[in-house]
Design a protein around this ligand. Sequence first.
Ligand code: PLP
Length: 392
Amino acid sequence: MIPSILPTYNRAPLTFVSGEGSWLVEADGRRFLDLGAGIAVNALGHAHPALVKALNAQASALWHVSNLYNIPAQQRLADALVDKTFADTVFFTNSGTEACELAVKMARKYWYEKGEDRTEIITFTGSFHGRSSAGIAAAGSEKMTKGFGPLLPGFTHLEFGDHDALTAAASDKIAAIMVEPVQGEGGIRPLPDACLKGLRDLCDQHGILMILDEVQCGMGRTGKLFAHEWAGVSPDIMMVAKGIGGGFPLGAVLATEGAASGMTAGTHGSTYGGNPLACAVGTAVMDIVGDEAFLSDVNRKAGLLRQKLEGLVAAYPDVFEEVRGSGLMLGLKCKVANSDVVSAGFAQSILTVPAADNVVRLLPALNISDGDIAEAVDRLDLAARQLQGENA
Ligand code: PLP
């Protein structure tokens, strides 16, 4: 008999009932150190007082009015994002997938309004952009698309890192190139800064719109507010979600005035996107994560964690191959099955997240304490010791 929850997830037998900072409490009372942060969502950990306060204040005032009316919390958050980024304008969604849908629509509408037949979007292997029709067509992998055809047409999939293929495919017929500055689901694979710069040049050369998917790598995760800032270039369109809501469902598409020029009244909408509750929390997140001192502390913590993880890789060469990633978006490429590492972590009451390419992701809250970083590495050490023993 089919379970009452559609069985599309293989869930771990864990039930969390409360959380505080980087810690989660299981129903049986065990305390777990959370290095998954709800897959890069709880950017400020669990039950952050400023977020709880913002949510409660908005909840007692007003929950929902729809986008038929002005929403002050939405305006405040849009202004804050425009102020801190390349963008001139923002549309709020409830998820990264919805951000992907709009990014695709926006890019195609841009060319339509210019009277040019440019609909093709270049994407890369190993990418993940959501599970909607546009999202799976964009990613293109068999795992995501098999059985769901006919797929949304108009995506050209290139091998991640194949510069020659990219140069050959880029032309004045391409509408946009969509890429994650750091692939998350694909196994924490950063696009080197030089490649992102090269991609920008290629886009400029052919008038192609550059769409960055910063759903997982954005909002301070790499130590800059957005990951592309490391390369000193900016996109035309950017997808954001996850960390921007700190745990409350919120996403956004940020764009330049030019890229957004086709999106006039009536061309897109969302009942819930940009609702008062989400935007009140999102503003509280931005107030904290958008601060330079906070971001420099993320970089310091990232250095600390990375150094300790390098030690772990050196100590357990039969378990781990390398550390990869950027900021607090780190991956341990495993020699044993990554699912075994995640399970061994459960036994030590630490949460990590598997990714493709046999990688285990470490995506802690951006405000994780130095003490919790040390504790996390101690627990990973115990997990690795057990696995090393089993594989000896
Ligand atoms: N894009 C990237 C890079 C993601 O990592 C994800 C989710 O993991 C998505 C898009 C889809 O976001 P959501 O699950 O919020 O719809």
